[in-house]
Unconditional design. Structure first.
Length: 84
């Protein structure tokens, strides 16, 4: 009999260093220096304050990885859903 592999469960909240949960898989940490996107607790994208292109790139990457819905990603990263 073959075992069935399931999706990895979400990390417990204390292990995710981000302040703002984007959805079930991603979280966002932003301060006066810039922002960071964490997917399942791992740092995936970083940008400096004012770097709109890097912010949009992080949104597109999150969308392509299907971390969360387009609406959740666009709202958290302050990017238009059309841009994604």
């Amino acid at each position: 009999m073959m075992a069935v592999m399931t999706a990895e469960p979400r990390l417990p909240r204390p292990m995710v260093p981000a302040e703002v949960p984007v959805g079930l898989a991603a979280s966002l940490l932003e301060d006066d220096r810039g922002g960071e996107v964490y997917i399942h607790g791992q740092l995936c994208d970083v940008w400096e304050t004012g770097d709109a292109a890097a912010r949009r790139c992080a949104a597109v990457k999150s969308m392509r990885l299907h971390t969360d819905s387009t609406g959740e990603i666009s709202k958290a990263l302050k990017v238009s859903p059309v841009a994604i």
